[in-house]
Design a protein around this ligand. Sequence first.
Ligand code: FAD
Length: 373
Amino acid sequence: MQRKVLIVGGGIGGLTAAIALCRKGFVVEIVERDPEWSVYGVGIIQQMNVVRAMKEIGVLDAYLSRARGFDRTTIFVGPGGAKEASFDTPKLAGPDYPSNAGIRRKDLQQVLGDAARAAGVTIRLGVTVEAMADDGAGVDVTLSDGSAARFDIVVGADGIYSRTRAAILPDAPRPRYTGQWVWRYNLPLPADLDGIHIFAGPCNAGLVPITDALMYLFLVSEEPEGHFQPVEGAAAAMRSRARMPAPQLVPHLEAITEDAGVVARPIEAVFLEHEPWHVGRVVLIGDAVHASSPHLAQGAGMAIEDALVLAEELARHAAPEDAFAAYRARRFERVRHVALNSLKVGEMQMGLIPPFDVGALTGQTIRMMAGPI
Ligand SMILES: Cc1cc2nc3c(=O)[nH]c(=O)nc-3n(C[C@H](O)[C@H](O)[C@H](O)COP(=O)(O)OP(=O)(O)OC[C@H]3O[C@@H](n4cnc5c(N)ncnc54)[C@H](O)[C@@H]3O)c2cc1C
């Protein structure tokens, strides 16, 4: 008999898990709390392991039709903007595909949502889990719309403030504020932007192509805990965070003029390093178990890979707990590398730890991410 899976959360990880599980023959339902299924209007960096994963779940062409692929990463340092390194990363999806991509979050959700629905996933918006009772043979779930159903497995893909995590692991670590914010703004794509451009210190920023016409500029700042940024004045506030920007950034910073176009978010993190990632038939993926700071641009990549590995292990093992143990074992080192090292980069930027060789860390991360999952 086909096994039934409930996925809590229709974000990047939940949608990828739904597609991957359907492809393995599971019957999948997603409940997504947000009735509007809204996604904020900026882009996201997706590195080579994500491009490979998009191929794996059969959506790569649709995905790239909305994204901007690129092979090259260039790093500039200091207020003078001296070029420190420029390199191509491996094309893991094959020679005909780009290594990396930038994509608008809305477009990524559209591609994954369309693929999930086409695969037969039921997606219920504005619905969440009210109660779960796992009796060892299945999980009885009561939903916020008053309905109830029994599932073989429940996947908590409900993000950094996961209620699924709180329900099964009430003593697990809570998300914490790291001391930094990320500010982002969409701008026209310059003709000579041949990939991602990263600017390191004192203005920590970057330019990321996301469509054939658009890029986004991101900027990392240090803010006191509890900082609030109103929409009014957001463009000036973002510009003011650029400390001694490299000359290449200046014209782009001057083009940040629309308050409503600024997307500013605190960086928060959580990592279940010492805890289990499942209890009984309920398992966690993505930010619910390891939300990292974006300094290595791998948070979504880790959520997507979690989804693929979980689907593989569930297809391989009859007993869910065996599959969950194998899933955690396969994921742990990659996820730990991203979670801990992303935080370290931010801590160095804030002067909390001595400077270290970020170039070497980047090389190590690329080699690790290019390896099999
Ligand atoms: C500023 C910033 C920049 C980033 N940039 C990058 C980047 O460039 N590259 C990268 O790879 N990663 C990046 N990340 C990380 C990336 O956004 C996350 O790792 C990724 O979104 C995690 O996916 P997820 O599916 O686990 O969680 P989410 O994307 O948070 O999705 C969770 C979903 O669950 C829903 N939900 C929540 N609670 C419930 C509930 N109780 N019931 C039902 N549904 C619920 C939510 O509405 C949401 O749709 C960045 C993060 C931040 C904060």
